[in-house]
Design a binder for this molecule. Sequence first.
Ligand SMILES: [Zn+2]
Length: 568
Amino acid sequence: MAAVLLMTALFLPLAHSAEPAASLSIKVDQAGYPLDGPKVAFVSEHAESFEVRNSHDGTVVFIRKLDPPKADADTGDEVQAADFSSFHEAGEFYLNVPGVGRSWDFSLASNVYERTYYLAMRGFYVQRCGTAVDMGPEFPGYSHPACHLHGEFHPSSGTKGPRDNIGGWHDAGDYGRYVVNSGISTGMLLWAWEIYGSKLKNVSLKIPESGNGTPDILNEARWNLQWMLKMQDDDGGVWHKQTSEHFSGFVAPQDDKLPSEVIGTGSAPFKSTCATADLAAVAAIAARVYKPFDAAFAAQSLQAARRAFAWTEANPNVTFRNPPGVTTGGYGDSNCSDERFWAAAELSRTTGEAAYSNYFLAHYAEFLGGLDSPPAESWGSVASMGLWTYALSHAHGDDSGANAAIRQRTIAAARVVVERTRANPYRNSMKTRDYIWGSNSVAAGYGIYLLIANLFEPDAAFVDTARDNLHYLLGRNTFSLSWVTQVGEHPFQHPHHRPSASSNLPAPWPGLMSGGPNAGRGDAVLRDLPKNLPPARVYADQTPSYASNEIAINWQASLVFLLAGQLQ
Ligand SMILES: [Zn+2]
């Protein structure tokens, strides 16, 4: 992530094709609301009442008073809730607020997030490297020839020469591939399959592998997994990343001719512990989930996971920093103990072997406290995934008390999030301090946390509150903006994303989630915004704003998990 490049006048605003009919003071989930759940929109201009109208003929189908205004410190808005939960008709609708205007259109349907899930998963296909990408007749012109075909080993890798460069996803707005960020991203997708597979198995993603007998979410995850496996050296260790030495210009994928280099730590053992442990964790999950579809690939993955974990036992904390002359993303992490812990937990779940479960039981207490501060995971903090995978695999308890402790702490913290969300004027789970770099993935992360809690103790409040955070991402926010490209009538338009920014297409590549507001103001665009902006408003839908408007596979994976949890 964080492709640090300053842009010039190259990025002119794209014309927006939607009718400028809607008021940005009315905030709806632009994808829509499930028929049977809570349905709440927000209005940030004072008014008395609202109507739900049919989008096709304007018929008023529901009228109600708005709730009293509440002041929201994080946005500076005075917010009134428009609650139409008791309306249960399927169709296309909009809100009309007398004195304010109308909202964007939205759907009410039983499986209202199916298309958003489809697009978000296709967002990974968008990022495929080393191959031609073509979004098909649904998105004419959204295609490019094979990219980054010249791969080689950088001297910092401890080896040299050319290498095959096919596989993996471009990490973010740049064209690099990073094992550490691939780890949580791929792991999250495989978890989505393990937990929600019955709902996902029949969703075709219209990718080249569709129809091969393997569910498409696993086909897509495998594209990246196979690249990750190729990053493993003969000794079991895993090189940290494969990128050019510096970020390319804002060119199309096939026009970036910088060599794609396997980059290591610069001295023996050349591989890094966090990357190796992340591969061990993800490959251990893969050994479980691919077994029914491709037993040989599952066995290969398990073997890779075992070898990787063994390497981390011999090399418990080899950290990574960019070697001299390399300036692409570092994904530096000074502590790889949580990555090793996650790997041990996944290997324990897959194999049931005492060596891995003993490692887990010897270390879990060190990480339990992290569950008290949701959202618990990020690319550099994966201990919660280790804790949860253990608890998810011990449905009927264990002798150690670990299972009960993990479940109780998760449920207790989730209840706190539910209460805070109910009190939040915009009804999302965000705290003032959560508007950091990638804050949209924090919102998604709260949703993931609540969905995991719901597995431990089913409770509609957990699922509804997770969905509140999805509503936030899809338009129920101060900007009345959908933060997923080509989803809703008013999606963001200018991601920090080279394939989008280098094209003349009318809209960015579809299905990609923005990083979102960043009160840390990590780029020049954000630093130029007014000084007194509340944290949730420090955002710019501008390509150069890499600190608020980049896309990234780990954020994307958290969106997919959140959506998967809401499918019917
Ligand atoms: Zn590429």
